[in-house]
Design a protein around this ligand. Structure first.
Ligand SMILES: [Zn+2]
Length: 486
């Protein structure tokens, strides 16, 4: 999963105002006061200093578990969680979808007043090229106020925050009105077939009675001082249209060029595709996201976000978006990235076949068939075979629900001048698998990070500020605590 809203905001925030006013010292004490007040009546007294230490220890230990996908080895993550549940006396189940591809679930029983809440996290991480990192990628190093490691943002931090919420509810015997289900899965980075997809097909009992879900996907932003500016909720994501192109043609010896060889025809068609710019269009969910973000952005972008329908009609809109906000541009158009290319296996052989893969991302409302037809028209070579590798329909969770309201309330109680906005996602997560089954699923990151740190996801030197991590663990607990008691 990648991030849009936070990446380039650093420059465009209201200079100084939000940043300097409230923030004082390494961790905003007032939040704790707010939290303490909110919990005063029935809530268990929690020693957050102890919890912080425990959470950080578990987090850095989990980051040392290498679950790079491919191949995944998520059973290592299952072993990590299993040991903890056993030590706590929390019953759990595991399921291996293929050798080494593990999944684990643990359910805290409630009084069944309401649909259960799933806390979903994937255990796999994307590969690393260690040559381009300044720190070891799998040691969970704590340095300069940060935790550095692959998965520190995407999404082992959220996994640990969900885990700590479950442990604290369990240890403090908090009476729950609804079940809370901790579900850690494999394979999200490759589409989820060995993870959430496998659970859907083989163990739907693991999330029986669920009506709500929290997952990665929301984007939360902190200013340069580390103070949260807004927490984002992802209620909808663009959908993938991963396409495979195949061209066949005459083959021969490389010393005698074939002008209309499979490779040449594919290159010519891809060049037409490369130059094509699908139209800009503002869809309602994206509009809602932009409007909710506008108050946190300085002019001229504030007005543009408020009136995106007008702005996208301006002749320079695409160029300005591409230059300053490529992530926002991705939310305003269907996109095509030519990612894989292959011709002959031998340099001196003109091969009979050439192939390419396209990573296309579709806006809500764009159907796969009409999209493939558009691509076919642009390629303008009827001999090119187009196969759809991955696609699924858009699914949208309600923008307003009891869980969204709970997040708003808790954020307000902990960070009075921090916003809660909608951050539709240009990428996709496993949430769609649950949305498609009517489970209200929300991407929500309790960790507010700077634009610079957000840009490290799937990149080099991925890291998360210790301060954001500790505050986020508490925020996640508060949200789960409040919602599980409704
Ligand atoms: Zn992820």
């Amino acid at each position: 999963m990648r991030k849009t809203y936070t990446t380039l905001l650093l420059v465009f925030l209201l200079a100084g105002g939000l940043a300097s006013a409230a923030f004082a010292g390494p961790r905003p004490a007032p939040a704790r006061a707010h939290a303490a007040v909110a919990q005063a009546s029935t809530a268990p007294a929690i020693d957050w200093r102890n919890v912080d230490q425990e959470a950080l220890e578990k987090f850095t230990a989990y980051l040392r578990v290498n679950t790079t996908n491919p191949p995944g080895n998520e059973v290592r993550g299952v072993d990590f969680y299993k040991k903890i549940f056993e030590a706590e006396g929390i019953p759990y189940e595991t399921g291996e979808s293929a050798p080494g591809r593990g999944n684990i679930v643990a359910r805290l029983k409630g009084q069944g007043n309401g649909p259960a809440l799933i806390l979903l996290n994937h255990m796999d991480v994307v590969p690393v090229d260690q040559r381009f990192w300044t720190v070891p990628a799998f040691e969970g190093l704590v340095k300069d106020g940060y935790v550095w490691a692959r998965g520190s943002e995407d999404m082992k931090s959220i996994g640990i925050a969900e885990l700590m919420a479950v442990l604290l509810l369990h240890r403090n015997h908090v009476p729950l009105k609804r079940d809370v289900i901790f579900l850690a899965t494999a394979d999200e980075e490759a589409g989820g077939n060995f993870g959430a997809g496998w659970v859907q097909k083989n163990r739907p009992d693991w999330y029986r009675g669920a009506g709500f879900l929290l997952n990665e996907g929301g984007e939360s932003y902190a200013d340069a001082s580390g103070k949260p500016v807004f927490f984002g909720i992802d209620t909808i994501e663009k959908t993938p249209a991963w396409l495979h192109l195949t061209v066949t043609g005459r083959s021969g010896h490389g010393s005698i060029p074939i002008p209309d060889s499979a490779t040449n025809r594919l290159i010519a068609a891809l060049d037409r595709l490369r130059q094509w710019q699908p139209p800009l269009e503002l869809t309602p969910p994206m509009e809602r996201g932009f409007v909710s973000l506008a108050p946190y952005v300085a002019e001229p972008w504030r007005s543009r976000l408020e009136h995106m329908d007008q702005f996208i009609r301006e002749p320079n809109a695409r160029a300005e978006l591409a230059k300053e906000h490529p992530g926002w541009l991705a939310l305003l158009t269907n996109t095509v990235s030519i990612t894989q290319l292959e011709g002959s296996k031998k340099v001196n052989v003109i091969g009979p076949e050439a192939t390419a893969s396209l990573d296309c991302r579709l806006l809500p409302g764009t159907e796969i068939d009409s999209w493939v037809n558009q691509i076919r028209k642009v390629l303008d070579d009827p001999s090119i075979k187009i196969d759809v590798i991955l696609n699924f329909p858009t699914s949208h969770s309600p923008d307003d629900s009891a869980l969204v309201e709970t997040i708003r309330q808790v954020v307000k109680s902990q960070y009075p001048d921090t916003g809660v906005i909608y951050t539709p996602l240009e990428a996709f997560t496993d949430s769609h698998l649950f949305r498609e089954r009517g489970i209200a699923s929300y991407g929500f990151s309790p960790f507010a990070v700077s634009g610079g740190d957000a840009r490290r996801i799937h990149g080099n030197d991925e890291r998360i500020p210790v301060q954001s991590f500790e505050s986020g663990v508490q925020l996640m607990y508060q949200v789960v605590y409040e919602f599980s008691r409704q």
